[in-house]
Design a protein around this ligand. Structure first.
Ligand code: IPM
Ligand code: MG
Length: 359
């Protein structure tokens, strides 16, 4: 097997801490499943502004383009919020997503049985909750024309049909392997871009995925249904901004934003993997950040970039076992450190590797 080149972008706040945990687990997976990996680290976000005065330095982008997969921690923090900086840390992340063309952001939401009591919802509402948000990631209001003045400002939400189609194809392909339901979320009663989404998704699914069931939901109603009947969702397909908001809301079902992973996929390598959470400057440097979102992002990397479903499943099972055994960071009401949780996941994974060798 050729060596897989992994670029690590720790970024800011708790980013470096969770990326270190994720790397430890990825190395354990490599040992257990005989994967050959090489690692390179590069600067992004505020850390890159400090060193290079750019949120996405050329060298970082070049390293990423040369990689098989990129694993990112988080960007941003109060230090870079003043007007003294040439750009915001977040611009580095947005520019990276755009440059890599990773247009479909996959955010799975699963409720771990061991954590049901941590959820914002009562346990009976959580029965059967298992959905995936597919968020368009490189267009829409995040990337439209923008103007910012003291008295007036605007952000344009623009979508092209082909941008919607390629994202819808990813969502449909995922739904085909699951329960076959795509819920497309928009604000078509107000926004023209939403009406383009609605029409485009409907004709694409009818033409290419006639076996799937498609429903359209307004984003305000979707926000409510996520709390009232979360188990009804299978694949939620939506534009960039709505996907950003709904995925944080969905995290409240799981119990902590720190648990959620994501994969950002395009038509070619490298793909980008990052936890859904942000840089959490309030707890940075204390070794207590929940590393599970980053660790489960490694599982997605194993699955999508390295085509190692076996290793991905073993890693997910290891996370589940570690949570069931009661290891938890403070966001989940526990008192374990990030390193303890990551170390336990690596240990369980190593055992899975042994079981595999004996099988
Ligand atoms: C996310 C984050 C980013 C986004 C920020 C940091 C720019 O909130 O990945 O969900 O809005 O996409
Ligand atoms: Mg977000």
């Amino acid at each position: 097997m050729p060596e897989a080149r992994i670029v690590l972008l720790p970024g800011d706040g708790i980013g470096p801490e969770v990326v270190a945990c994720a790397r430890q687990v990825l190395e354990a997976a490599a040992r257990a499943f005989a994967l050959r990996l090489s690692f390179r680290e590069a600067a992004i976000g505020g850390a890159a502004l400090d060193r290079f005065h750019r949120a996405l330095p050329e060298a970082t982008l070049a390293a990423c383009r040369d990689a098989d997969a990129v694993l990112l921690g988080a960007v941003g923090g109060p230090r870079w919020e003043s007007g003294d900086w040439p750009e915001r840390p977040e611009q580095g992340l947005l520019a990276l997503r755009k440059a890599l063309g990773v247009y479909a952001n996959i955010r799975p939401l699963r409720v771990f049985p061991a954590l049901a009591s941590m959820s914002a919802l009562r346990e009976e509402r959580l029965q059967g909750v298992d959905f995936i948000i597919v968020r368009e990631l490189v267009s829409g209001i995040y990337f439209g024309e923008r103007s910012e003045g003291p008295e007036e400002a605007f952000d344009v939400c623009r979508y092209r049909r082909d941008e919607i189609e390629r994202t819808a194809r990813v969502a449909a392909a995922i739904a085909r392997r699951r329960r076959g339901l795509v819920t497309q979320v928009d604000k078509a009663n107000v926004l023209a871009s939403s009406r383009l989404w609605r029409g485009t998704v409907a004709s694409l699914l009818a033409a290419e995925f006639p076996e799937l069931k498609l429903e359209h939901l307004l984003v305000d109603a979707a926000a409510m249904h996520l709390l009232l009947q979360p188990a009804r969702f299978d694949v939620i397909l939506t534009e960039n901004l709505f996907g950003d908001i709904l995925s944080d809301e969905a995290a409240a079902l799981a119990g902590s934003l720190g648990l959620l992973p994501s994969a950002s996929l395009g038509d070619h390598a490298p793909q980008l993997y990052e936890p859904v959470h942000g840089s959490a400057p309030d707890i940075a440097g204390r070794g207590i950040a929940n590393p599970i979102g980053a660790i489960l992002s490694v599982a997605m990397l194993l699955r999508h970039s390295l085509a190692r479903e076996d290793a991905a499943c073993a890693l997910e099972a290891a996370v589940e076992a570690v949570l069931a055994a009661g290891f938890r960071t403070p966001d989940l009401g526990g008192s374990d450190s990030s390193a303890t949780v990551a170390g336990k996941v690596a240990e369980y994974l190593a055992r899975a590797g042994q079981a595999r060798r004996w099988a």
